[in-house]
Every structure is written in structure tokens, then in C-alpha cells.
Design a protein around this ligand. Structure first.
Ligand SMILES: [Zn+2]
Ligand SMILES: [Zn+2]
Length: 143
């Protein structure tokens, strides 16, 4: 996506919206079982942005589930239509993880890594080159 373009997105019904001035911190696809069950897909494409400058408006509900870290994974959904919009993980309080399918310009999202490929079903591999991690990237290699 690049540049200083404001990142915007919305849910399916349009009642809930968000925006971020960026910068983009990372672009990945997470194939963990939690993301699969939460989304109904084989993985969730995620764009990381700073939380301080992120804003979400509309009927947004937070859903808490215990993540692998022992902290809660927090998924923000539209109450009206149920769209998964973005994550606000307790384990990374400076971060918002936008679910890239909700971006207004989702074709501009370019993931560069796949996480939790050990839990990825064979039909969910993407046909683009990605760095693959069995689970999480090492701490210094998250971008
Ligand atoms: Zn909605
Ligand atoms: Zn996941």
C-alpha cells in the first residue's frame, strides 16, 4: 500500500468503520485454528498499524478469547452484521491488527509472511511467495 495514504475500511453493512494514518507495521496471513474458527476461512490476512492513531466508529463489540500467549485475543466485530473488523490484542497494546478483507482498498494489501502454517489446511496456501513460519516469527523478525 505504501506512502502516507490514510488506511480506511468498513464492515459488510457499513455501520462500523475505521481509519488509520499508518504506517503499516506488518502484513501477514495467520493460519492458526483460532483465526480459522473466528473467520470461517483457512486463515486471516492481517495488517498491523499503531493503536494510538487508529480510530474505529460505529456499533463495534469486542469479543475475547484466550490466545496462545495466555493473554486474550480481542476481536472487534460489527454488532449489526457480524463482520470481523480488527483485533486489539492484549498481548500487544500498541497494536491494531486490521483484517485485510475489510479494507476499502483490499487489493493494495500485500502480505509477506504466513504464520502458523503448521495449522494451515492444504487448500488454504496462497499462490504468492510468502515467508512461512510454523507458528510465530522470532521476536526480531516480525516485520
Ligand atoms: Zn456491519
Ligand atoms: Zn491467528
Amino acid at each position: 500500500m505504501g506512502g502516507s495514504k490514510v488506511i480506511t475500511g468498513r464492515c459488510l453493512c457499513g455501520a462500523a468503520r475505521y481509519e488509520s494514518p499508518g504506517p503499516e507495521l506488518f502484513s501477514i496471513v495467520c493460519h492458526c485454528r483460532d483465526c480459522q474458527r473466528a473467520s470461517g476461512g483457512g486463515g486471516v490476512p492481517v495488517l498491523g498499524v499503531p493503536r494510538a492513531s487508529f480510530s474505529g466508529i460505529g456499533p463495534i463489540k469486542q469479543v475475547y478469547t484466550k490466545g496462545g500467549s495466555g493473554h486474550s485475543a480481542v476481536r472487534n466485530i460489527c454488532i449489526e452484521c457480524g463482520s470481523l473488523l480488527f483485533g486489539t490484542p492484549e498481548s500487544a497494546p500498541d497494536l491494531v491488527t486490521i483484517y485485510a478483507g475489510t479494507l476499502d482498498d483490499c487489493a493494495a494489501f500485500v502480505p509477506n509472511a504466513a504464520l502458523f502454517v503448521s495449522q494451515r489446511p492444504p487448500w488454504a496456501a496462497l499462490a504468492i511467495p510468502l515467508v512461512e513460519y510454523e507458528r510465530m516469527p522470532p521476536p526480531d523478525d516480525a516485520s
